[in-house]
Write a protein that binds this ligand. Structure first.
Ligand code: SF4
Ligand code: SF4
Length: 337
């Protein structure tokens, strides 16, 4: 495994590392098997979050007796000082460790910056946690380009890493991420598979690894097979071929920018619509020639796109500013054909 330096943290991490969302779907034993395989293949960086239900707990159990062999990162959405102090302690307890390598303030938005970096803010709690030896480094995650630009411009001296969506169809963060890299901030690509919209995982992960934009990517890994596939990329960092670039251009024109990343931030819907699932079924209906299967699944939803009352709450929450109401209308129309 060829490790890369994660900016000013100085940590040496695997270029394709572990994202901890999918392990929520399995058991603690599944997580142990995933961690076993990562240890065997040299994937040494684990990212999770307070918000990923059992993810921290499962990882804590899986890391018993081998914590020091991995670099551990987690994150919290909390904005205030007292809340973040508590969050760090909860993460330490759930992860069964005395030390977390990187703690990130999750999904920061410009409107929250004064709070986060103010006297009563989450950042101050993380600085203290770092002084106390509870955490090693401080990072942030963001979803919108304006927030990314602002953090790089105004707060680069305070943070050591930035995580931002970056993949072959979402390159809008490229310039700001490169600027962050120039300031020696570690750059981490979230959603390297565009929230599951990119099926060619090899091409998607090679693109990020070879981009020079992000130091590492953290695709979600829910089973041993995914660990094996993703680790194999680290040994395949030859330049992208002409055929791969042709495919990248094709995917860019097919997907555009308005697609759901399945992040779930829009939930809960006032009417109980599972918004990302509606989009997933519509994708299958449109793209993959699985129309009958998709119609079946859509029909089995207790509440589907047609129940939208256009209250707009989900659109306020979507970090990608998707026109969800219009997109759901299209889903409904496509299934009604
Ligand atoms: S706009 Fe529609 S989909 Fe969004 S929260 Fe309201 S009812 Fe749900
Ligand atoms: S609609 Fe937006 S907030 Fe909801 S899952 Fe998709 S990308 Fe995330």
């Amino acid at each position: 495994m060829q490790y890369v330096r994660l900016g000013k943290t100085g940590l040496n991490v695997s270029p394709v590392s572990f994202g901890g969302i999918p392990i929520q779907r399995g058991t603690a034993e599944d997580t142990k098997a995933v961690v076993d395989k990562m240890e065997e293949l040299g994937i040494n960086y684990i990212d999770t979050a307070r918000g990923y239900t059992v993810s921290e707990e499962y990882l804590g159990a899986a890391l018993r007796g081998r914590r020091e062999r991995f670099i551990l990162a987690t994150k919290s959405m909390v904005r205030d000082y007292a809340g973040m102090k508590k969050e760090v302690d909860i993460s330490l307890e759930k992860l069964e460790t005395e030390y977390i390598d990187l703690y990130q303030i999750h999904n920061i938005k410009t409107a929250d910056f004064d709070k986060i970096f103010g006297d009563d803010g989450a950042y101050k709690a993380l600085v203290e946690a770092r002084q106390e030896g509870k955490i090693g480094h401080i990072g942030v995650t963001a979803h919108s380009i304006d927030d990314l630009k602002r953090i790089v411009k105004d707060h680069a001296h305070q943070i050591e890493t930035i995580m931002f969506p970056y993949n072959l169809v979402e390159v809008q963060g490229e310039e700001a991420l490169k600027e962050a890299k120039a300031k020696d901030i570690g750059t981490i690509a979230m959603k390297p598979l565009a929230g599951g919209n990119l099926e060619n995982w090899r091409l998607a992960l090679r693109f990020v690894a070879l981009s020079g934009t992000c130091d590492i990517s953290i695709p979600g890994m829910g089973d041993v097979g995914e660990v094996e596939k993703n680790a194999s990329i680290c040994g395949d960092l030859s330049p992208l071929t002409d055929a791969e670039w042709t495919e990248i251009h094709r995917l860019r024109s097919e997907l555009g920018n308005q697609f759901c990343r399945r992040c779930g931030y829009c939930a809960p819907c006032t009417e109980g619509i599972d918004i990302p699932t509606n989009f997933v079924f519509a994708n299958y209906l449109r793209k993959y020639g699985l129309a009958d299967w998709a119609k079946d699944r859509y029909a089995s939803l207790k509440v589907n796109a047609s129940a939208c009352i256009e209250c707009g709450i989900c659109e306020e929450r979507c970090p990608y500013d998707l026109p969800i109401i219009e997109m759901l209308k299209k889903v409904e129309a496509d299934f009604a054909r």
